[in-house]
Design a protein around this ligand. Structure first.
Ligand code: MN
Length: 204
C-alpha cells in the first residue's frame, strides 16, 4: 500500500462557486494534487531502490523531490479543508482571541497573509502557522511547497499562490483570488487545527 494517498474533496468541486470555480477545483485536486501524491510515492520507491543498489548518485535530486512532493501533498490536503461553501466571516473563540493577541487584529492578520500570498516571487503559498518554540501564531511565505519556513512550524491556514490555483478564473489578478478566498475561509477548520497544534510539544 502506498505511503501517501489522495484525500477526497470535502465538497463537490462546484460547491465553492462563485468564489472558486468548479473547473479549477476539479483540475487542481484530480490532476495537480494527485501528481504530488504520486510523486511522493514514486520518490520513496526510488530512494528504496537507491539503498538496495548502493547507488546514491541521484540523492540530491531525490531529496529535493521528496520534500517538494510531500509538502505539496500536505499543503493541498490542508487547503481543501480550509475552504467551505459556508465559509467567510471572522474567526471566533480561542482562535479569534489568539489572532488579536499575536497580530493586533483580525484585519491586520488578514492584510499580512494577503500580502505574503499575493507577493510570492515565482511559486509558493501564504500560510498562517503555529510556531511551537515561541508558542505564537506566525505568517509564513512558503517558496515552492517546501521552502522558506521555520522548521517545526505547523500550517493551519494555507492559500495557494501558484498560477494553477487561480489563472483559469482570475487570470493575472492574483489579488482578486485571495480577496475571494476570504469569503470561503473555513474558520472552524482552522480553529480545530489551532487546538491540535497547541498540543504538539516544542522540540527545542
Ligand atoms: Mn496547487
Amino acid at each position: 500500500m502506498p505511503a501517501y494517498s489522495l484525500p477526497d474533496l470535502p465538497y463537490s468541486p462546484g460547491a465553492l462557486e462563485p468564489h472558486y470555480s468548479g473547473e479549477i477545483v476539479e483540475l487542481h485536486h484530480d490532476k495537480h494534487h494527485a501528481a504530488y501524491v504520486k510523486g511522493a510515492n514514486d520518490t520513496l520507491d526510488a530512494l528504496a531502490a537507491a539503498r538496495e543498489s548502493g547507488d546514491f548518485s541521484t540523492i540530491n535530486m531525490l531529496s529535493r523531490a521528496f520534500a517538494f512532493h510531500v509538502s505539496g501533498h500536505v499543503l493541498h490536503s490542508i487547503f481543501w479543508t480550509n475552504m467551505s461553501p459556508d465559509g467567510g466571516g471572522n474567526p471566533e473563540g480561542e482562535l479569534g482571541t489568539a489572532i488579536d493577541e499575536f497580530f493586533g487584529s483580525f484585519d491586520a492578520m488578514k492584510a499580512q497573509l494577503t500580502a505574503a500570498t499575493v507577493n510570492v516571487m515565482g511559486i509558493g503559498w501564504g500560510a498562517l502557522a503555529w510556531e511551537p518554540v515561541s508558542k505564537k501564531l506566525v505568517i509564513e511565505q512558503i517558496h515552492d511547497h517546501q521552502g522558506n519556513v521555520g522548521a517545526g512550524s505547523i500550517p493551519l491556514l494555507v492559500i495557494d499562490s501558484w498560477e494553477h490555483a487561480y489563472y483559469l478564473q482570475y487570470k493575472n489578478v492574483k489579488a482578486d483570488f485571495v480577496k475571494a478566498f476570504w469569503n470561503i475561509a473555513n474558520w472552524p477548520n482552522v480553529a480545530e487545527r489551532f487546538a491540535a497544534a497547541q498540543t504538539v510539544p516544542s522540540t527545542v
